[in-house]
Design a protein around this ligand. Structure first.
Ligand SMILES: [Zn+2]
Length: 380
């Protein structure tokens, strides 16, 4: 039996005139469930509804582990919390992951990009905000991203730190697997920079493109919660363009746990000629596994994004280095046309880093690759 939280919410207003009908529907579901259990050779059967942060936002899962042949089939219903997730019932296998990959929404990604670059106090659309650490826009957009994660049903963690005399916050949210000590992480940086950092630094490609991929992957993967063994973290690091203290702050917060792998996206939107993603290898063969996974997912789930592998060349220039320095396997995803340090992107670190330079198809497909990779890793 699958009882999604979405269904549950609809059934909540008991005083509603349709109560009778709804109760009848609920009763029907219950009866069907009992019949199904009896008809199957179910080894275990659980229905769990947990409330997080005082709301029914996250964890409704009904699992059936049953198979005559001995292979486990686990089905669960995603929450659809806050208009966020909602890929419907997803199975914990390739078909379920394909369903999630297909549900990655370019429309959502575009809307998130617009929200990150605009100054909400000005007429929209505009690209007037700065998310530089010296600008009020930094905290405004951190708060916005936190709210997105909450609306998607994730557990949002408070992760403050001080850097360069400023009090800053990361955005860090998680989807709990059954093992709280086994972690996979994806991240991008939410701060931006330009020649007018205090007033206007839209940072559409650098690195709103990465942030919107993290947000959309979080939304979709929350629908996979019932399948996860490892716990997934979705991070928007702050302070990358200045002191790079955001990523180490996250690592401190999870010290004592095992981070099995991390992806970082920094500039994944620029595609002047054709869509293309580079999946970089860092320092070890374990990084190769992370990079190769992205390539494999592209074929396995028919994503259709040209992906090349390369070697990371920006020493001292990205959040992922904190992970590599901690001996954590890492994969670095970047548009094919540029490495930041070689400045191949004409809008790089300027007020010209605007939305029209971001290829939404490329970001959407990159997000699909992340969703598939994290789903497969997360089941381990
Ligand atoms: Zn960047």
């Amino acid at each position: 039996m699958r009882l999604s939280i979405h269904t549950f919410k609809q059934l909540q207003p008991w005083k509603n005139r349709r109560t009778g009908t709804m109760l009848a529907v609920l009763a029907l579901f219950a009866v069907l469930g009992v019949i199904l259990i009896r008809a199957s050779s179910a080894a275990t059967y659980t229905v769990g509804i947990e409330a997080e942060s005082g709301s029914l936002s996250g964890n409704a899962a009904s699992k059936t582990v049953a198979s005559a042949s001995g292979s486990a089939a686990v089905m669960f219903a995603s929450s659809g919390a806050g208009g966020g997730g909602g890929t419907g019932a997803v199975s914990c296998d390739q078909a379920g992951i394909q369903k999630m990959v297909d549900s990655v929404s370019q429309q959502n990604i575009q809307a998130s990009l617009q929200s990150l670059v605009q100054d909400d106090s000005k007429p929209t659309p505009n690209e007037l905000i700065s998310r530089h650490v010296s600008s009020p826009g930094n905290q405004i957009k951190v708060d916005w991203a936190k709210k997105q994660m909450t609306d998607y049903g994730l557990e949002v963690l408070n992760q403050p730190f001080s850097s360069g005399g400023r009090n800053l916050h990361n955005v860090s949210a998680r989807i709990n697997g059954t093992d709280a000590n086994s972690l996979y992480v994806i991240g991008a940086h939410i701060d931006s920079i330009s020649e007018k950092s205090s007033t206007q630094a839209p940072g559409a490609d650098d690195d709103a493109s990465g942030v919107i991929a993290v947000l959309e992957a979080a939304r979709v993967l929350n629908g996979f919660k019932g399948c996860l063994k490892s716990t997934l973290y979705f991070n928007n690091y702050n302070d990358e363009e200045e002191e790079m203290n955001g990523a180490p702050t996250f690592l401190k917060a999870v010290s004592g746990k095992t981070v099995k792998g991390a992806y970082n996206m920094d500039m994944i939107g620029y595609a002047p000629s054709q869509e293309c993603l580079k999946s970089d290898v860092g320092k070890s063969s374990r990084d190769q596994v992370m990079a190769q996974k992205i390539v494999d997912m592209n074929t396995k789930y028919n994503v259709g994004l040209p992906v090349t592998t390369g070697t990371y060349t920006q020493n001292g220039g990205d959040d992922l280095e904190a992970f590599w320095n901690a001996n954590i396997p890492g994969g670095y995803l970047i548009e094919c046309t540029t490495e930041k340090s070689t400045d191949g992107y004409p809008g790089y670190h300027s007020t010209k880093d605007v939305m029209k330079n971001v290829n939404l198809g490329q970001v959407t497909k990159t997000t699909k690759l992340l969703v598939a990779s994290l789903a497969e890793f997360g089941m381990q």
